[in-house]
Design a protein around this ligand. Structure first.
Ligand SMILES: [Zn+2]
Length: 234
């Protein structure tokens, strides 16, 4: 067993020779029972150092039961609010299904608002690329926090504001790419930004095709734009 992580109260995450992970449960440890349990016995929690909640499912169940018994009033109120949340969610989902066009329009409006500040890309061009990738980030598939990105950036002096040069990306991807060469950027950042190079190459093949080029030709063109920058700062 190898230790992978230790959290602030000293509990550890292990991995065995077969790649199975185990974590230590806070409550099991406190009451003195076997506290090293397979990761499957915990709820995942990415924000925590061990990647799971402090207490195993068994302990959480016991804890919940006790709390419910001691707080019947609060339990009822909690259950009511959960039901309300569930109903609202179902209601919203039904509304979205019935109003698909409206939902799309709302997404476009939000996208335009979000990129308005530094925006030079016409709405029509954005909509075209949005539609092309089914209203989601071209690289990650995420449907929220979308922005329009200049594939060849403005800083090169060769950027077009039209469809050929626009990609819809999740905000953090757009922020990260910014003025960089998209091919270098993808190689360096794809892992921590959560997309694959396979997907990237698919998308860039399509992008190249917009200008009647092969992927290789387009890559060369992008490199040329960076090697032959025009000073647009005035
Ligand atoms: Zn436990």
């Amino acid at each position: 067993m190898k230790i992978l992580a230790v959290n602030r109260i000293g509990n550890k995450l292990y991995v065995d020779d077969n790649g199975v992970k185990y974590a230590e449960c806070r409550t099991c440890k406190e009451v003195g029972r076997g506290y090293l349990k397979p990761i499957a016995d915990f709820v995942e929690a990415k924000q925590n150092i061990l990647g799971v909640l402090y207490d195993c499912n068994e302990c959480r169940k016991g804890e919940k039961k006790r709390w419910r018994k001691e707080n019947p009033e609060k339990t009822r109120a909690y259950n009511r609010s959960q039901e309300r949340i569930k109903k609202n969610r179902e209601h919203r989902k039904k509304w979205e299904e019935k109003n698909k066009e409206k939902v799309k329009k709302m997404k476009i409006t939000r996208l335009n608002r979000e990129t308005a500040a530094s925006d030079t890309i016409p709405i029509k061009e954005k909509t075209k690329t949005l539609k092309q990738y089914s209203y989601s980030c071209a690289l990650t598939g995420t449907e929220n926090n979308l922005q329009a990105d200049h594939i060849i950036p403005l800083v090169t002096g060769h950027a077009s504001n039209f469809f050929e040069n626009i990609l819809i990306l999740k905000r953090d991807l757009n922020v990260s790419k910014n003025g960089r060469n998209i091919f270098d950027w993808a190689v360096q950042e794809h892992e921590h930004l959560g997309f694959t190079l396979t997907r990237f190459n698919e998308v860039m093949t399509e992008v190249a095709l917009r200008s009647g080029m092969t992927l290789e030709e387009y890559k060369e063109y992008v490199n040329w734009c960076f090697d032959n920058q025009i000073d647009i700062s005035g």
